[in-house]
Design a protein around this ligand. Structure first.
Ligand SMILES: Cc1ncc(COP(=O)(O)O)c(C=O)c1O
Length: 393
């Protein structure tokens, strides 16, 4: 007779929340299975297909039998291509040795935090911010310190704010530009001030540049090759439309190359081989022309959706300059954005993400719209929200 099933779930799991948007997506899928048509504005993934040249390169790699492990830090030729990209696009010199290929930006975040955090170490981050960050920190037994940000600083941390909060003992500060969920960017001046603060307090900056290719109104620079002590996170997921390929990269300060390599060997063994060979053509003009044209489409969607939701009573106090999100204050429409999102999904067939996913700072007053669906669908979504609000107010 076997014993009763048992489970020794680690205590940390109590602090690791689900990605609420995934639960919402599951409900949306159930409704679709029942024949409902849902307008998806919840998921942070481009609706565009991976460019054909990348797919073709993967097919060729498969034919050549490139199905084995690669070095844990990725194939040398891709690391060199990324270094060339930094030079040609941003005029900065990054040694390929400092470029670690990872399973998505998620893998990059995990490696960076894994080599930095001792139990109890503080890691500073904005609230609202990308949800997984605080959970990664918890996984490594660190202490995620969410700092409330609002429109006055474009929902970004500033050097001033950090100096006032007196967290000199933190090991790292996590930044994202453009950010998820707000789409706002950090100016070159503010980044320089943050870097000064970080140097002064011996804190590492972790700068997430995953949405770097998706900036609409201004030029954005990279921190890679500029700040000696910063870790830079990037990915092929968003601008390159390769979410499912699970490929990203991390730029590490020189002193961490060997440590990150060791950790990558242990956690992942290697990043996905086919995806790496496919990504070799990601920076070719043939591909970037397609991706840049798609960025224009995203910009048009942003402009449409921003004014449409403002007309409906949502408040967006900072015009997002990048990514594909609008972080909207819905406090004139509801006191509980979580309940609102589920009600909107069930009654109106429109899926958006509750603020709760991004932290606890005024989360009940915010929702995130992702304009990762066609203009027709966005228009339909807006019509449905309008009808929903008319029937409730
Ligand atoms: C700010 C940010 N960082 C990291 C990630 C993880 O992306 P990846 O698919 O490259 O693992 C995401 C995904 O949404 C994100 O928004």
């Amino acid at each position: 007779m076997s014993k009763q099933p048992f489970a020794h779930i680690a205590k940390r799991m109590a602090d690791i929340e689900p990605f609420h948007v995934m639960d919402l997506l599951a409900v949306a899928k159930q409704l679709e299975a029942q024949g409902r048509e849902i307008v998806h504005m919840e998921i942070g993934e481009p609706d565009f297909a991976t460019p054909p040249a990348i797919i073709y390169a993967a097919q060729k790699a498969l034919e050549k039998g490139y199905t084995h492990y690669t070095p844990a830090v990725g194939i040398a030729i891709l690391r060199e291509k990324i270094a060339e990209h930094y030079f040609s696009r941003f005029n900065t010199t990054v040694s390929p040795e400092q470029i670690i290929i990872t399973p998505g930006a998620s893998g990059a975040l995990m490696l960076a935090l894994g080599v930095l955090i001792n139990p109890g170490d503080k890691v500073l981050m904005s609230d609202p911010g990308y949800p997984c960050n605080r959970h990664f920190v918890r996984l490594f037994e660190g202490q995620a310190v969410g700092i409330a940000v609002d429109a006055t600083t474009q929902y970004q941390l500033t050097a001033d704010m950090l100096a006032k909060q007196r967290y000199e003992d933190a090991v790292a500060v996590m930044l994202a530009s453009p950010s998820n969920p707000t789409g706002t960017i950090l100016s070159t001046t503010e980044l320089a001030a943050l870097n000064q603060y970080a140097d002064k307090t011996s804190t590492h900056l972790l700068v997430d540049e995953i949405y770097q290719g998706l900036v609409y109104d201004s030029h954005i620079e990279s921190v890679a090759g500029k700040f000696d002590n910063a870790f830079v996170i990037n990915s092929f997921s968003k601008y390159f439309c390769m979410t499912g390929w699970r490929l990203g990269w991390l730029v590490v300060p020189q002193a961490y190359c060997r440590e990150v390599d060791k950790l990558a060997q242990n956690i992942f063994l290697a990043p996905p081989t086919l995806a790496q060979y496919a990504a070799l053509v990601a920076f070719e003009t043939e591909t970037t022309e397609i991706l840049d044209a798609q960025r224009e489409i995203l910009k048009q969607r942003r402009d449409f959706l921003l004014s449409a939701i403002q007309a409906l009573g949502f408040k967006v106090s900072v015009k997002p300059q990048g990514a594909f999100y609008l972080y909207a204050d819905c406090s004139d429409l509801t006191d509980d954005s979580f309940v609102f999102c589920y009600s909107l999904l069930k009654e109106a067939g429109v899926a958006i993400t509750p603020g709760k996913d991004f932290g606890s700072n005024q989360a009940a007053h915010y929702v995130r719209f992702a304009y990762t669906t066609s203009m027709d669908k966005l228009q339909l979504g807006v019509e449905r929200i309008k009808a929903y609000l008319n029937s409730h107010f």
